[in-house]
Design a protein around this ligand. Structure first.
Ligand SMILES: NC(=O)c1ccc[n+]([C@@H]2O[C@H](COP(=O)([O-])OP(=O)(O)OC[C@H]3O[C@@H](n4cnc5c(N)ncnc54)[C@H](OP(=O)(O)O)[C@@H]3O)[C@@H](O)[C@H]2O)c1
Length: 344
């Protein structure tokens, strides 16, 4: 099969090192399904791996945590969707029995386990779910990692309700666009920030109530606080100064959920946390329950509110994988960057 492989890491030029090669087809082990991948999607994780910024890197590797395709074979004793079913893959491997916390041994698909940037992938049958019927292959492939991370952070950890005012810093992020979609489906009021007016316009078209450019606003945190006295729920992956300021403007009794730290360490004022009696929570990936509940958000027949669709920025041919990785590295996208697996 054709697969994208990474043989070396490079802090400066990592994204240029993804290349397409011919490798042996994987065989499904007992309890696994073989999925013929049609579309895969990038996450910042794939770029971080190429730059050596991810723990436990093993090379060479086939990256990619997100994939949609069809079931091509069943390993011995494997249950799950029938041959030919259109499916999406849950990228969390071995979450464990608790909804509250994953096992330390849990892994994310795509290094060290073979990832979705390949024509075939063998995964445990319980990780394979029918794709929401209302979504195209592109849209389905855009969902898994970003969707489950957003759902767990916003809903399972953040407890978002229609009465919340949710702050979403850096809405151009793949995960944050899902946080916006889910928060609006739940009926919450949403404040987004971005470096780009164009991204803010797109966020408004998806339902954002207040949109603030964090580069051009004199003090974006003041503008945020002016909305109903500040957010009751912050969902952040920016970290750094952004997180420190977001904590300062969160209203009394609010919740702050952190699932990433793109800009590095944050300085948080203890006073802001204890005096306002804030809850600060961490969140990563999502449990099998989170994944199933997240997929249901896209099924118009099982969830309430308006129909929502994942945001696809652009689909790259497999041979253009390095260009796709560089665009994710630059953060120029709004929504998900996809790879047309198998297409030259
Ligand atoms: N814990 C987990 O399970 C998990 C899962 C997925 C991702 N993550 C982490 O979450 C983060 C986002 O991932 P992603 O794939 O969604 O990334 P992404 O698509 O590359 O998005 C990064 C975005 O961060 C925003 N940003 C950067 N600097 C900013 C600043 N100074 N102030 C405000 N916003 C800023 C930008 O938004 P604008 O373009 O709108 O300005 C940028 O587009 C990464 O750190 C990733 O590692 C964690």
């Amino acid at each position: 099969m054709r697969a994208v492989r990474l043989h070396e890491i490079d802090r400066e030029n990592g994204p240029k090192n993804f290349r397409v090669e011919q490798v042996d087809d994987p065989q499904p082990a007992p309890g696994e399904l073989l999925v013929a991948v049609r579309r895969a999607a990038f996450n910042r994780r794939d770029v971080f791996i190429s730059q050596g910024l991810y723990p436990g890197i093993q090379l060479p590797c086939i990256p990619g945590s997100d994939g949609a395709g069809t079931v091509a074979a069943h390993g011995e004793g494997a249950q799950g969707p029938a041959l030919g079913t259109r499916v999406v893959i849950d990228p969390t491997l071995g979450w464990g029995p608790s909804q509250r916390i994953w096992l330390r041994s849990a892994q994310v698909l795509g290094m060290p386990h073979q990832g979705t940037f390949a024509e075939y992938i063998a995964v445990p049958a319980e990780n394979v779910h029918p794709a929401p019927a209302s979504l195209s292959d592109d849209e389905a492939a855009a969902i898994p990692l970003a969707g489950v991370t957003a759902y767990r952070a916003l809903v399972s950890r953040g407890g978002c309700t229609k009465d919340d005012v949710v702050l979403i810093p850096g809405v151009g992020s793949g995960v944050q666009t899902f946080v916006l979609l889910f928060a609006k489906k739940i009926g919450a009021k949403v404040i987004v920030t971005s470096s780009s007016d164009e991204k803010l316009e797109r966020a408004k078209a998806l339902g954002a109530d207040v949109a603030i450019n964090y580069n051009t606003a004199e003090r974006w945190e003041k503008d945020v606080q002016a909305v109903d006295g500040g957010p009751s729920l912050v969902v952040d992956s920016v970290g750094g100064d952004t997180l420190g300021k977001a904590v300062n403007v969160t209203r009394y009794g609010g919740r702050v959920v952190i699932y990433g730290g793109t800009t590095g360490d944050a300085k948080i004022r203890p006073y802001s946390v204890f005096w306002k009696q804030l809850d600060i929570m961490g969140s990563s990936m999502g449990s099998p329950h989170d994944f199933a509940a997240m997929l249901a958000m896209f099924d118009p027949s099982t969830s309430s509110g308006q129909a929502i669709k994942p945001v696809v920025d652009r689909v790259y041919a497999m041979n253009d994988v390095a260009a796709a990785a560089e665009s994710v590295d630059k953060g120029a996208q709004f929504g998900k960057v996809l790879l047309a697996v198998g297409e030259a």
